[in-house]
Ligand binder design. Structure first.
Ligand SMILES: C[S@@+](CC[C@H](N)C(=O)[O-])C[C@H]1O[C@@H](n2cnc3c(N)ncnc32)[C@H](O)[C@@H]1O
Length: 219
């Protein structure tokens, strides 16, 4: 667990609620220690959904995978969802800090947030199964994880689970190949629907960030 001087805070407005989230990040650590742009795009897209239907998130069960700092999941909790933020075991203390620092915001709308360790490819605990919504931001970035991540998506989701993925497309290294492999493989099990830029938040959207829904294929 980092000490107070090792954190730096990113404040993100939740305009529709006239409030903001304080996301605690850590100077030293792996990629999950900071909030990535794809996570902000996804969080702000959830805000667009809330603007259209303020009841959408009430009691909605949400699981975020590879949550890092927890940005989109924390937006969902502010809108009234029951959220479980997951990541590797070592990321759980940072997620717990971000839940504690922002819990006053979720309570206003009866939202809740908890954190649990979940490594992709391993059996998920039963209380995570079949949520209404799974969130995933900027998690397709190394080859070895892709099949395991898809296994976790298959294991977690029920027939009515919607998955929302936000991914920055980078032209460095093999990033484009990894994304293409993910897309090709995931479509064996899920139907993709890309969210057009004009349906996203006007300020927080980008040509370089893909936002898409996945729905389980009916057998
Ligand atoms: C690029 S970071 C994105 C973090 C956050 N979603 C965001 O966009 O700000 C990727 C995240 O995936 C997590 N991750 C990587 N491999 C994982 C695995 N095998 N199982 C679970 N989480 C994993 C990392 O710990 C990290 O938090």
């Amino acid at each position: 667990m980092a000490s107070e001087g090792e954190y730096f805070v990113r404040e993100l407005d939740v305009d529709v609620l006239n409030t903001s989230l304080k996301l605690y990040q850590v100077f030293k650590g792996d990629v999950g220690c900071v909030v990535w742009d794809a996570a902000i795009v996804l969080g702000k897209y959830l805000e667009e959904l809330y603007k259209k239907d303020a009841t959408y998130f009430h009691n909605l069960s949400v699981v975020e995978l590879g949550a890092g700092v927890g940005c989109p999941g924390l937006f969902a909790a502010c809108f009234g969802a029951k959220v479980i933020l997951t990541d590797l075991h070592e990321m759980v203390p940072l997620l717990a800090k971000n839940i504690a620092e922002n819990s006053g915001e979720f309570k206003k709308n009866n939202g809740t947030a908890q954190t649990l360790a979940l490594k992709w490819g391993e059996s998920p605990p039963t209380d995570l199964l079949r949520p209404n919504l799974i969130l995933l931001a900027d998690c397709i970035y190394y080859k070895e994880c892709i099949d395991k991540l898809i296994t976790t998506l298959k294991n977690l989701s029920g027939p009515n689970t919607k998955i929302l993925i936000s991914q920055e497309l980078r032209d460095t290294g093999h990033q484009q190949d990894y994304w293409n492999y993910f897309l090709e493989t995931v479509q064996k099990y899920f139907l993709p629907r890309f969210v057009p830029l004009e349906h996203q938040n006007q300020e927080f959207r980008s040509q370089d960030i893909v936002l898409m829904e996945l729905w389980p294929l009916k057998n």
